[in-house]
Ligand binder design. Sequence first.
Ligand code: P1T
Length: 391
Amino acid sequence: MTSEHNLDFATNAVHAGQKPDSEAGAIMTPIYQTATYVQESPGVHKGFEYGRTANPTRQALEANLAALEGGKHGFAFSSGMAAISTLMGLLKQGDHVIVTNNVYGGTYRYFQQVMTEFGLTFSFVDTSELSAVQSALQPNTRMCFVETPTNPMLRLTDLRALSNLCKSHDLLLAVDNTFMSPFYQRPLALGADIVVHSTTKYINGHSDVIGGVVVLNDDHRAERIAFLQNSVGAVPGPHDCWLILRATKTLHLRMPRHNENAVCIATHLQKHAEIEKVIYPGLPEHPHHELATRQQLDPYGKPGYGGMISFQVGSWQRAKTVLENVRLFALAESLGGVESLISHPASMTHASVPEADRRKLGLSEDLVRISVGVEHAQDLIDDLEQAFACL
Ligand code: P1T
């Protein structure tokens, strides 16, 4: 779906892609819960033929998300993985892809255990080092797939610098922007060709939908994604689209609170005796803090570091004690919701990454990841403190 984006982010969040319904004037986009559309005569219809190909509620969401990413075309999917797997349909047998070594475990699994069976090859490298990307280049490299910050080690890639490198080698740059959301990072403006999200996370923000999106500018490539979206068929239902559309209206209100709370908690944890290491790009000690401050900007130019924090507590047993004793934080996979979550990446989200690779990434057994919600920061700190008291 194509979008316009000459308005402010906040205005787009509330309005982009949506107009009062022509039938009844409903201010909210109706849930077009239909599988098909009636035609007056073969091929004579109102622009909709079949629900997999297009749906008005989905189109409203696609235009809304495209506007927030500053992109021309948006395509919604039934999950983040559905978005990523459909995107890989841009490639063909024999192509090589350079991937950030610490991507979400499910992305790693899809590339390593599914796409390799179809004749694609992957090099997993630390894309925060341009020289590592350069060394991984092969004559058949077609795409660079980047997560920044990474899940869960929170390492950053300089998107502007990498996009220059990709352009000079004629590579597509695809960025998984799930952790920052378009509020704090807009990769297309930094030179990326394609943005992908698990909309399950900050974009929906209420932990009640699984979804994904692909946003891009190039008309020709967008035509191919539309073809793939329809051919593969991993599309979201209209009710899920409606829920996500409802959620994006407050994205610009939720994100600053996630950020403020996370800065507050990371600063508290940083000086804590029970904690060995805190990883949060908002801390001056983070190796990519300067890049985060330059690259992760809200629409008004103010830096934001997001709501994800990882920390090491010294051993798996100690991590388990913290995970079992929190009361407000819920022990669960996922992130980006208004409620705070806590997880153990090594055994949960990144269990499909081989242990030796996890060790190389620093993804240790004592690593705990938190997704800081929008509750009161002091209540969250008090909850962590009572769990640390059990150590
Ligand atoms: O779960 P799904 O909507 O299919 O999205 C997959 C995905 C893609 N990209 C990133 C950066 C992700 O973090 C995820 C999903 N991540 C989790 C479920 C998690 O707890 O990290």
